[in-house]
Write a protein that binds this ligand. Structure first.
Ligand code: PMP
Length: 355
């Protein structure tokens, strides 16, 4: 290939998604999916849609879904944007809202897609280190910037930034767009969605992938001031005039209607998380406090890479990041009680030598 083009391709640094193994007999605790099925009402709605109208284009404004989300959040429909998973919503938000002469700020460590978007859209960024206890400190974000983005709870640490701190951050950065990526907020955090009418510079992004068990349906959404939402619509509309397919719209609406299923599943995960965190601590792991559907933990005398490899031999897949500062941590998705028991039995064998 012409060297100019090969250099262009080389500089396009892709995001590497978590592994989706083809084997089915695995305890899969590596990509933070929900271990429970989605609401039966979602499946019913998708089946009905399948039978009725797949030959027709979907609504280019996804009105029914936007209305369901707006009602759920108590905001206006024109304050809601929808896309194919929050990854796509984030991509459009970076492109529409974070181009600025000053670098944007995001934490180091955080979701590894952010630098990929910056590379793709030519956005300068500065990484702001977490504290020694892996927390975001809002005082570190009180400097001139072209925008701020962070997950809350953070990934892959699981640590939560309290809403009061987010309010302080927003108040001190009124000229910057602040994006709060709430992929995991339903597992014990307070959503910043409550602040969107107070701060026109705030964009909150959420997903149906985690707490609603719909990672395969690809539905993400954002709330914010009408002006920010309009910017996202303009970018998205120039890629594809249909924001979501018919099945995603129908399933998404039903997901918001079934509050009981949602409550049950998130409570089950939070309960299991507490149990797993305590059991890991009993095995000698240091476990960071988590408000997400995963825990981030390290053992003082066992290499995380070796533990992950030994678990894999036992058909248990967890995540291990070979990155400075967190190289010794494992990130373990909270599965069903049964899956977590299999993991804990294996770890107790590996760490404590118990058969
Ligand atoms: N944000 C964070 C922090 C995540 O961990 C993920 C999941 N990988 C996403 C966004 C994207 O989720 P989805 O595209 O499935 O909505």
């Amino acid at each position: 290939m012409n060297p100019y083009w090969s250099a262009l391709v080389r500089d396009l640094r892709p995001y590497v998604p978590g592994e989706q193994p083809k084997l089915s007999n695995l305890v899969k605790l590596n990509t933070n999916e929900n271990p429970y099925p989605p609401s039966p009402k979602v499946l019913e709605a998708i089946r009905a849609e399948l039978g009725a109208s797949l030959r027709l284009y979907p609504d280019p404004n996804a009105e029914t879904l936007k209305r369901a989300i707006a009602q759920y959040q108590g905001i206006g429909t024109d304050q809601v944007f929808v896309g194919n998973g929050s990854d796509e919503v984030l991509a459009h938000a970076f492109q529409a809202l974070l181009k600025h002469p000053l670098p944007i700020l995001f934490p180091d460590i955080t979701y590894s897609f952010y630098p990929v978007y910056c590379g793709l859209y030519d956005i300068a960024y500065t990484c702001v280190p977490l504290t020694d206890s892996y927390e975001i400190r809002v005082e570190d974000y009180m400097r001139p910037n072209g925008g701020i983005v962070f997950p809350n709870p953070n990934a892959p640490t699981g640590r939560l930034l309290p809403l009061a701190d987010i309010e302080t951050l927003l108040g001190r950065n009124r000229d910057s767009v602040v994006i709060v990526d709430e992929a995991y907020i339903d597992f014990g955090g307070d959503s910043a969605a409550a602040l969107v009418n107070q701060f026109p510079n705030l964009l909150v992004i959420q997903t149906l992938s985690k707490s609603r068990s719909l990672a395969g349906l690809r539905v993400g959404f954002a709330f914010g001031h009408e002006g920010l939402i309009e910017a996202l619509e303009r970018v998205k509309g120039s890629f594809n005039s249909y924001p979501l397919d018919r099945l995603a719209i129908a399933g998404g609406v039903a997901a918001f209607e079934d509050r009981d299923h949602f409550e049950w599943s998130r409570q089950a995960i939070m309960w299991t998380r507490q149990w797993v965190a305590q059991a890991l601590a009993d095995l000698g792991f240091e476990v960071l406090p988590s408000a997400a559907n995963f825990v981030f933990a390290r053992h003082p005398s066992h290499d995380a890479g070796e533990l992950a490899a030994a678990l894999r031999e036992r058909h248990i897949i967890v995540r291990h990041f070979r990155l400075p500062r967190i190289d010794q941590f494992l990130r373990v998705t909270i599965g069903t009680e049964e899956e977590c028991q299999i993991l804990l039995d294996a770890l107790s064998e590996l760490v404590a030598g118990k058969a």
